[in-house]
Design a protein around this ligand. Sequence first.
Ligand SMILES: *Cc1c(COP(=O)(O)O)cnc(C)c1O
Length: 361
Amino acid sequence: MTPEISLTRTRTPLPRPDDSSLSFGKVLTEHMFLMDYEEGRGWHDPRVVPYAPFQMDPATSVLHYGQAVFDGLKAFRGDDGTIRIFRAERHAKRLNKSCAALCIPQMDEDLIRRSFEAIVAADHDWVPRAPGTSLYIRPTVIARDVMLGVHPAHRYTYFVICSPVGSYYKEGVKPVRILATDTHVRAVQGGLGEAKTAANYAASLSAQQEAERAGFTQVLWLDGVERKWIDEVGTMNIMMKIGDEVITPPLAGTILDGVTRNSILTLMRDWGLRVSERRVSIDEVMAAGRDGTLEEMWGTGTAAVVSPVGQLGYKGDVITIGGGQTGALTQKLYEAIVAIQYGRSNDPHGWMSEVKDPVEA
Ligand SMILES: *Cc1c(COP(=O)(O)O)cnc(C)c1O
């Protein structure tokens, strides 16, 4: 038995934004989930409370050394009104895996999953209703020691906040331009690439800024040793279709085990497509782009589901993929995932979990 989650409702309900005004991550809901860790006591006091700022000593360790992990998942309001979370168990497992990479003590995975359900239940009115909208769930763990020595902390806070988000593709799925960088690296073997941690995002900012200044939307990351093998795109996993083979880089230590990546690989295997998790070099992709066999390329991630790549730049060359349009397979994958998320198609792999009535205090 995992512990009960207590609930303290807000006494000052906030006005909910209009569904049509939603973008990404700007509006937060009126409750949050909290749980604390102290050495000797373990994780304790799981609770849903009114959303409020933290008071933090300026010497708090997370503010200096970045011992922080997070995850990101979504709840959807189906056409039948039922609220369902996409792949809560897999996200809970991944959060624990990220914790392990940063010396943060493990949590009970069932309790993590229930923390998602508890916060969504408390803020169920905040799950938007307009087509394409959802409630983004952001679980995070931070180190709370108050001292300037570098050491894994003895105290942590786990919190979950939520944000109602608008449709990523208000005007239909739209291809982006990406730039392969051979000057910056995101992660290396033995580093933190497999963890969803603040540090990886900090490491990505200057390359991202350079790509934007050069007129591209995202960075295509190459491996840190040979600067040759494709790792990820921006903060998404990358896939491409060359001839009749769909290729995605393997989970070999530098890339994140994306839940969308896993879901899409599963669907494509269900459909009998030829799918390879193998190393793929930037030279192979540029050559396939030039000889016309690179049919489609897309990123995968929770925020967008898929993000088609219309153009790819590398060392001054730019190739256009699939005429710069969204490919048929990319579009089909997007529609298949979204149909499962909103409960419009059946869910053969049991990815959706229903959020039941709000927890009672
Ligand atoms: C979150 C993230 C992804 C996508 O993972 P999903 O579980 O599909 O959202 C991919 N790469 C990186 C670096 C990420 O942080």
